[in-house]
Design a protein around this ligand. Structure first.
Ligand code: MGD
Ligand code: MGD
Ligand code: MO
Length: 811
């Protein structure tokens, strides 16, 4: 989230598109109701299904799964054509005026630089024209046809209301009404918030879905302001923390990149990190990258990380491919390229696409370790349930080690929520039976592995032998000690260059990442967390709910990264002089000498508005990007591509149907179905009564939602002779699910490119362990396809067939 849950109440328009907050985030959803009641906000829901969120909306519009880019590009077209944009904001804070260099082009579905063989782009043409000093050229009059705003106008001009309706199946009048509601927030004192989750991310164009709305929000001046922003409603309670501390295969803590094997020295690695500012006077905060990096290495390797050994750069793993995401891991398993797999708090047999492929992969391992409080399907994959399971358990050689672990309620620690708050929690009970904490198990593995390396040597023992491990209890480090290590401390007396006196004594916990240095005198395990545990104590444990303006910002409740800032890009909540756009709901303002207000300003409190530093300091131009330079895998502007399995051609450019840079392996492509055999669009989602695959272990939840079902509209049910509660067989090219049908008014056919299109809804929660009845699981049907940027699987749009059947023997 750029903003916070509480801040939603400040919105004038709340758009839930790509999520179903009332059911998946029922507790946080109260802030939407608060916005409606206290602020007269209009709630707009755009979803293929009429959800419980839709049931309390002021306006609902249906959409075919996988077509949000077409919808939102249509919104941009509308805003630009009607001139319903926040002009001053767009000119001052976005890259609308910057000039794109010659050579950038878009033709018949492809941007310049595409390589047919590698399915990837050379992105060098997606950049600005630079002047002699290396700054981006701009045209504030917007006359130059190559300035970003004009290229954007041209790019979205194809997305007329007729075209949007043809692609998305949304009736034109409904689409236009949504446009009007959104456009009403172009007024400087009005804000719209975008709440989204997996309805956007779980597509082969997931990241571009989100970018499209971010661009709409920039055009409307809704980023950085109270009641605005791009608000990803996160899933598991600590999934934000997962990316923060770098648990993705290509990252390190604090969104630093793991080096590739081509980056053979620290200098080479650093060359692509220290982005030079692209405009005079800009900050380009990643210029501090080296300080964060060296401090991380000091936290990892202590005294062994020295200037002479490039701060132990060689001891980091180096990637030989862009990343080892989960789709790739299972591809490798299937190809016999993986010996063992440690599955910590992860149930891939249930959670990952193409269940048959997951099972076949696990069957080829030598060993599988699961660390889980529950008996998961993955840890019993050899017993898999369903008609397509041909496996004979006796023929599977994989040795499975099940390690029972405690859960969050049985240990102290912190969770990072969607609003980036690090909140401390306290142990409530001891774990049952033989359960041990994740920390104890990981520490045990570390000690044993290090001992083996010590005794027997090995190809490259250095990283393991040199890791620091100075905990009071090395067998099970205390979560507070780990949190302090993440926060970071001074390793030597730090002098303040301005006064030449010691400002921070050696050993002191640091207050903020501005104190980090690249000379080895500071250590910090995760620079964005610096400030969470200081000499004043555990900031994450703070529970003071005082909210000075009653505007949803309680600065002394827990601690938010970065720097306890609650609204990211808050400099953009005020105009160029520092006056809030919306005086009724100010976030920060310039009082003539400094920034004051209810939030921590984006940068130094005394940086004058006249210095012209842009609010988007992590970008080298300091501006919000309507044109994404060289970042995204499939283009600097979002473009509508059909899901990899879709019922229609791409009406914009039939030759390029789907995302040309999507993550697909050849053997997965072989199991894509065609609309001839699988004529219906399927999508998958969760129900309020279950949390994934855990709560079926709890009797009360199992009673509430006892068995697997799919949802089907009345028209299709009638066509197929399917009755309410009757048995159906749903098939995709990858497998079949036999379950009950729920015939509903909540899903209606949509007219897509002149043809009626039916959507079938598949809740995801059933498997073969726990108290609920056994089910095949929705991922028996889903394709193994990943988003081009994030590799998130395309769970939300694929093709199936459905027919009436009789009760299966297994049921
Ligand atoms: N009760 C409960 N709550 C949960 C969870 C749970 O298992 N149970 N899981 C948690 C987790 S980990 C997560 S990640 C979140 C997920 O939170 P959400 O993303 O809100 O949940 P989903 O139910 O997966 O899907 C949301 C909606 O997206 C719609 N949708 C599908 N395709 C499209 C599309 O192409 N465009 C648009 N606009 N909408 C589409 C679906 O119809 C569905 O209503 O929920 C969290 N909260
Ligand atoms: N078709 C389809 N598939 C989906 C989705 C979808 O919308 N559609 N959603 C996807 C999403 S968003 C998600 S997040 C995944 C979820 O997929 P998973 O994360 O694999 O599933 P969960 O059941 O949430 O959690 C996995 C295990 O973590 C264990 N666990 C809980 N606490 C702890 C702990 O403290 N330590 C350890 N070691 N284990 C613990 C639980 O007991 C559980 O068995 O599913 C994905 N799969
Ligand atoms: Mo999730």
């Amino acid at each position: 989230m750029t903003n916070t849950w509480q801040d939603i109440k400040n919105a004038n328009v709340v758009v839930v598109m790509g999520g179903n907050a009332a059911e998946a985030h029922p507790c946080g959803f109260k802030w939407v109701i608060e916005a409606k009641i206290e602020n007269g906000a209009k709630l707009v829901v755009i979803d293929p299904r009429f959800t419980r969120t839709a049931s309390v909306a002021d306006y609902y519009a249906p959409i075919r799964p996988g077509t949000d880019i077409a919808f939102l590009s249509g919104v941009m077209h509308y805003l630009l054509e009607k001139d319903a944009i926040q002009h001053e904001y767009v000119r001052s804070y976005t890259n609308a005026s910057l000039i794109v260099k010659e050579g950038f082009a878009f033709n018949e579905g492809l941007f310049s630089g595409y390589n047919e063989e590698t399915h990837a782009y050379d992105r060098s043409s997606w950049d600005y024209e630079l002047d002699e000093q290396g700054f981006a050229k701009s045209d504030d009059t917007w006359q130059n046809p190559r300035c970003v705003i004009n290229l954007l106008k041209q790019h979205v001009s194809r997305y007329t209301p007729e075209m949007v309706s043809r692609i998305c199946g949304t009736p034109q009048d409904k689409f236009l009404h949504v446009c009007e509601l959104m456009a009403s927030t172009a007024a400087p004192d009005k804000a719209m918030t975008s709440l989204f989750a997996l309805g956007w991310t779980q597509h082969s164009v997931g990241a571009q879905n989100i970018r499209s709305m971010a661009m709409v929000q920039l055009l409307l001046g809704n980023i950085g302001v109270a009641g605005g922003g791009m608000n990803a409603l996160r899933g598991h309670s600590n999934i934000q923390g997962l990316t923060d501390v770098g648990l993705l295969s290509n990252q390190m803590p604090g969104y630093m990149n793991l080096p590739s094997d081509k980056e053979t020295s620290l200098d080479v690695y650093m060359k692509t990190k220290l982005f030079k500012p692209l405009r005079a006077g800009q900050t380009s905060y990643w210029q501090n990258y080296r300080k964060f990096f060296v401090s991380f290495q000091k936290a990892m390797f202590g005294d062994a990380a020295k200037a002479e050994n490039d701060w132990a750069f060689d001891w980091l793993p180096k990637l030989d491919v862009p990343l080892y995401d989960i789709i790739k891991a299972f591809e490798m398993m299937n190809n016999g390229q993986m010996t063992g797999y440690i599955c910590q708090g992860f149930n891939p047999l249930q959670a990952f696409p193409d269940r048959g492929k997951i099972r076949r992969g696990l069957s080829k391992l030598k060993f599988l370790v699961t660390m889980d409080p529950l008996d998961t399907e993955t840890s019993r994959f050899w017993q898999d349930f369903g008609p397509q399971n041909p496996a004979k358990p006796s023929e599977i050689q994989t040795e499975v080690f099940q390690l029972p672990v405690t859960c969050f309620a049985e240990e102290n620690g912190s969770l990072v929520n969607s609003a980036r708050w690090l909140q401390w929690h306290w142990k409530a009970a001891d774990g049952p039976g033989e359960a041990m904490s994740d920390i104890w198990i990981m520490a045990g593995l570390f000690h044993r592995l290090r001992e083996l390396y010590r005794k027997e040597g090995g190809a490259f023992p250095d990283p393991l032998l040199n890791v620091t491990w100075k905990y009071t209890d090395p067998v099970s480090p205390d979560p507070e000690e780990l949190a302090k290590e993440m926060n970071g401390r001074a390793l030597a007396d730090l002098t303040d260059p301005a006064t030449n006196t010691v400002a921070t004594k050696a050993g002191t916990l640091l207050d903020g990442f501005a104190q980090l240095r690249d000379d080895g005198t500071t250590a910090s395990g995760c620079w964005i967390f610096t400030g969470c545990f200081t000499e004043k104590g555990n900031q994450m444990a703070r529970r003071d709910a005082t909210d000075p303006r009653e505007q949803g910002i309680a600065p002394n409740w827990a601690w938010a990264w970065p720097a306890n800032r609650r609204i990211l890009y808050n400099r953009a909540s005020a105009d160029l002089e520092g006056k809030p756009w919306n005086p009724a709901k100010p976030v920060i303002s310039w009082n003539g000498t400094r920034w004051v207000g209810i939030d921590v300003p984006d940068y130094g409190p005394t940086v004058k508005p006249s210095d012209g530093v842009g609010p988007f300091i992590m970008n080298a131009e300091g501006m919000g990007r309507l044109f994404a330079r060289d970042m995204m895998a499939e283009g600097p502007f979002p473009e509508h591509y059909e899901p990899l399995e879709s019922p229609v051609d791409n009406v914009l450019h039939p030759k390029v149907k789907s995302n040309p840079a999507a993550r697909v392996f050849a053997d997965d492509r072989a199991v894509f179905g065609s609309p001839k055999d699988f004529p219906y669009v399927a999508t998958t989602y969760r129900l309020t009564e279950h949390f994934h695959y855990w709560t079926k272990h709890a009797l009360i939840n199992a009673i509430l939602q006892p068995e697997e079902f799919i949802e089907i509209g009345e028209v299709l049910a009638k066509e197929k002779g399917i009755e309410q509660g009757g048995w159906v067989k749903v098939t995709s090219k990858r497998g079949e699910v036999i379950c009950k049908a729920y015939v509903t008014k909540r899903i209606k056919p949509m007219m897509v490119d002149g043809k009626p299109t039916h959507v079938i809804g598949c809740p995801i929660h059933w498997g073969f362990t726990g108290q609920a009845r056994k089910g095949y699981g929705a991922n028996t049907l889903t394709p193994s396809v990943g988003d081009a940027n994030t590799q998130t699987p395309e769970f939300k749009a694929f093709l199936v067939n459905i027919e009436k059947t009789s009760a299966p023997v297994a049921a």
